[in-house]
Design a protein around this ligand. Structure first.
Ligand code: TYM
Length: 337
């Protein structure tokens, strides 16, 4: 691959509905950018989605939504692979082997499990607990080397490195690479529009907390108008955002959308109130998202084409994963014909 960097990108998004601006700025936009530099595999990870209850019809429609969002954002399926993970069984096979490599103590430290399981951890599924080993398996069943994600996935990728290192050590073979997280851009952790101390999330029951990829122009403008702020004007220096999480979040979103730095945003808006800043932010968000949404809606109107695209992506993914899972089975000592 002339002009390309060494390595293989793998990343995924869960089809749990409410795909939002954080998913776009923290992950999907970077997926698009990286495709000119690396060979890329982008997966819709519905095995992850069912770690918490999802009605079956929603699993399939949300799977198409994530696939349509990948395409609408600009991922080129001729050069790169898009598929849904349940079609490639090697993910689950390697995940089981990794369940036998990862230590309980490592999984016990995963903060996302604690957040998602909440107080009633006894009632969380075993799948939710073991989810980081599946994530490691998805990446490593392709010997993926670089993984673009938002900040919240960093701990899971550190675990993937630990699993790869222990597997290589236990079986005395240099099989798996140690994956590098790619946490890129100004919006690696977009916060809720209603609470600057919690992450913008698909599962937040308050729809006003996030800008969904499917929100129309008026909804985006309304949500930004209603976003929580304080009563001060914007500062002229970054230090002036300290202790003002909601203001810092909106400035961060503006920075990411405009692809500029904080000083230029504050240079433009320092001394002005949110009455000026919010409409400018809404306009910028709409300008960025509208073309993606138009393409997204067009794709969602043709579910048959999306399904066949996912099917051919899965064929290509399987062709890459099959020799690697075969190699692993042989190393572990499993008999094959
Ligand atoms: P998921 O589906 O929750 O989110 C998809 C991607 O969006 C990023 N993200 C954010 N970025 C910035 N601000 C936010 N508020 C925000 N919320 C989410 C996430 O970091 C992620 O990159 N476990 C993963 C999916 C996954 C995966 C993988 C990723 C499964 N297997 C293998 C990489 C490689 C997850 O639940 O992401």
């Amino acid at each position: 691959m002339i002009g390309k960097k060494e390595g293989r990108i793998f990343s995924g998004v869960q089809p749990t509905g409410n795909l939002h601006l954080g998913n776009y700025l923290g992950a999907i936009r970077n997926f698009v950018r990286l495709q000119s530099q690396y060979e890329c595999i982008y997966c819709v990870v519905e095995l992850h989605a069912i770690t918490q209850w999802q009605p079956p019809t929603e699993v399939s429609s949300n799977t198409r939504e994530v696939a349509a969002a990948y395409l609408a954002a600009g991922i080129e399926v001729k050069q790169h692979i898009i598929f849904n993970q349940s079609q490639v069984t090697a993910h689950a096979e390697l995940a089981w082997i990794f369940n036998c490599v990862a230590r309980l103590g490592w999984l016990d430290r995963m903060t996302q499990f604690k957040e998602k399981a909440g107080k009633d951890k006894e009632r969380a599924s075993a799948g939710l607990y073991a989810y980081p080993t599946l994530m490691a398996a998805e990446i490593l069943v392709y010997k993926g080397t670089h993984v673009p994600v938002g900040e919240d996935q960093k701990q899971h990728l550190e675990l993937a490195r630990d699993i790869a290192a222990k597997f290589n050590h236990d079986y005395k073979r240099d099989v798996f690479p140690l994956v590098e997280p790619l946490i890129l851009g100004a919006a690696t952790r977009v916060m809720s529009l209603k609470d600057g101390s919690s992450k913008m999330s698909k599962s937040d029951s308050a729809d006003l907390s996030r800008i969904n990829m499917t929100d129309d122009v008026d909804t985006i403008a309304r949500k930004i108008k209603k976003a929580k702020t304080d009563s001060d004007v914007l500062p002229s220096e970054p230090g002036g955002l300290k202790g003002r999480p909601e203001a810092a979040n909106l400035v961060g979103i503006y920075m990411a959308l405009a692809e500029t730095d904080i000083n230029s945003v504050l240079g433009q808006f320092g001394g002005q109130g949110f009455g000026v800043f919010k409409p400018a932010l809404a306009e910028l968000a709409i300008e960025t998202l509208a073309p993606i949404q138009t393409e997204f809606r067009r794709l969602m109107n043709d579910p048959g084409s999306l399904d066949s695209l996912l099917g051919s992506g899965a064929d290509r993914a399987r062709a890459l994963a099959d020799p690697i899972i075969a190699e692993v089975k042989e190393i572990v000592g499993f008999i094959r014909p």
